[in-house]
Design a protein around this ligand. Structure first.
Ligand code: IPE
Ligand code: IPE
Ligand code: MG
Length: 245
């Protein structure tokens, strides 16, 4: 699969809705948490695959604003898993020149998660290979609402003229302002929805949905998705003849 990939057309930013852990576990007659634990290998594989191809940003939807409504025991297990995974993977991130970042309302995460995350971000801040962005306590509507608040405050202070508010200013005020819009979004487990992920940024993103459950997702599935992406014609509202080079 990798040989079929055109190295001149690699997406700069790949975003992933990692879905299907619970169903994967259920099929094995295990508890949902077992699925989350087995999701780590997929995260490692995809991170490695992106680094190999030269993708600059990989954003993983790890925990949504809405996921706080899950049973307490599952939320707690996910938070613990986050801490142990970061602890366990930090040396691999360093070795592979990966910089760790987050988007989302991370202040709402348990203290221990916040501490682990900031330590890992500090340690990896000078790595200049892949940037791995974890979306935690994140939702697109939360992010847009926060941006609106920031801009409104600037307007109130007289620092921003409402007539001067444009798309760039909105983008610049998003929590994810440091990441370019994704060219490719992958969602696993067969669901055909965006579930409040990167709503502003997905405006012209190519969507790739696969039935593979996240714990089964491997490098070759990533390569398959990038291969499918490279076959798409991205017209951005124009007609085919205008975009053919
Ligand atoms: C994705 O798998 C992981 C998170 C949302 C944290 P799910 O836990 O949503 O698994 P399904 O969709 O119930 O199978
Ligand atoms: C989306 O998955 C959120 C993450 C992958 C973190 P969900 O499983 O929460 O999505 P819905 O609720 O089924 O749409
Ligand atoms: Mg799900």
């Amino acid at each position: 699969m990798k040989e079929k990939i055109d190295s001149n057309n690699i997406p700069h930013h790949v975003a992933v809705i990692m879905d299907g852990n619970g169903r994967w576990a259920k099929r094995k007659g295990a508890a949902r948490i077992f699925g989350h634990k087995n999701a780590i290998q997929a995260v490692k594989d995809v991170t490695e695959g992106c680094a190999e191809l030269g993708v600059k940003y990989l954003t993983l939807y790890a925990f949504s604003t809405e996921n706080w409504s899950r049973p307490k025991i599952e939320v707690e297990a996910l938070m613990q898993l986050l801490v142990s995974t970061i602890r366990g993977e930090i040396s691999t991130l360093q070795k592979n020149n990966v910089r760790l970042q987050t988007i989302g309302d991370t202040q709402s995460l348990p203290r221990i998660c916040q501490r682990e995350l900031s330590e890992a971000m500090e340690l990896t801040k000078n790595n200049n290979g892949l940037t791995l962005v974890l979306a935690l306590s994140y939702s697109g509507r939360w992010e847009i609402t926060e941006a609106v608040k920031k801009i409104a405050t600037e307007v109130k202070k007289g620092k921003v003229d409402p007539d001067k508010i444009d798309q760039q200013l909105v983008s610049d005020n998003l929590n994810s302002h440091f990441i370019p819009d994704p060219e490719l979004l992958i969602r696993t487990s067969g669901e055909m929805r965006v579930s409040n992920f990167l709503l502003w940024q997905l405006a012209y993103t190519e969507l790739y949905m696969t039935d593979v459950l996240w714990p089964d997702f491997r490098k070759q599935h990533l390569f398959g998705a990038i291969n499918a992406f490279q076959k798409r014609e991205r017209r951005f509202g124009k007609i085919s003849e205008q975009v053919k080079s």
